[in-house]
Design a protein around this ligand. Structure first.
Ligand code: BEZ
Length: 221
């Protein structure tokens, strides 16, 4: 297995999902995508997470992001569990969930748990951790997160990461600690002061240090 480095192409695969068989690259098409795993169906933290991801459907849409989940359970359990998620989170889960009982995709994306001895199936085979892969329309992996089974994710952080990546693709900027959309951004280190004044507007570059220059984007974008 080669390393899934940021900037490398997300490995393609075929899989069964709750919305029919997919080829992953065809599924991504020309969109952004998040592929995320959770340990297992009908487990407590996972149930709260998937309800939240479903409830954020307008937010994914707004950003042009296709969402796909994965666990190492089979389709029949996924189907049963989606009913529980919808009931408990008062939602209508619309994204596909990959059924990966043989761990084919989990191995490919290095998602299997090696530390939590409770995160295993009835045969003692590890389930997945909570991985997130943010993939761009060129099918490149742009950001990854990995949380243990014990810790539910904050999916608004995933949205914030997508906002930062998309903004950085459009503008020669980076985003500082705790950045939120609309707040100050940082002029990319590759941009000279002269270029910065041209790009962002004269007087719209704040020189905190020669290497730390803040600016504000018009309409925040
Ligand atoms: C959970 O989703 O609650 C969970 C799943 C596996 C191990 C620990 C917690």
């Amino acid at each position: 297995m080669s390393a899934l480095r940021l900037g490398s192409v997300a490995p393609d695969f075929e899989a069964k999902t709750t919305q029919g068989p997919i080829k992953f690259h065809e599924f991504i098409d020309n969109s952004w995508a998040i592929l995320f795993s959770h340990p297992a169906d009908k487990t407590p933290v996972c149930t709260t997470e998937l309800g939240e991801v479903a409830k954020l459907s307008d937010e994914w849409k707004k950003r042009g992001v296709k969402v796909i989940g994965l666990s190492c359970n089979d389709l029949d359990l996924h189907e049963e569990w989606i009913k529980d998620i919808n009931e408990l989170s008062n939602t209508n889960l619309q994204f596909p969930i990959i059924a990966d009982p043989d761990r084919k995709v989990a191995h490919l994306y290095d998602m299997l748990d090696e530390q939590d001895l409770t995160n295993i199936d009835e045969k003692g085979i590890p389930f997945t951790v909570r991985s997130v892969f943010i993939i761009d329309p060129n099918k490149k992996i742009r950001l990854t997160l990995q949380y243990p089974a014990s810790t539910g994710r904050q999916f608004t952080e995933v949205l914030r990461c997508i906002d930062s990546l998309q903004l950085g693709d459009k503008n020669r900027i980076t985003t500082p600690v705790n950045w939120t959309p609309g707040s100050k951004v940082i002029v990319h280190p590759s941009v000279s002061n002269e270029e910065a004044e041209k790009i962002f507007g004269e007087g719209n570059v704040e020189y905190a240090k020669p290497y730390l220059r803040f600016t504000t984007l018009k309409n925040g974008s």
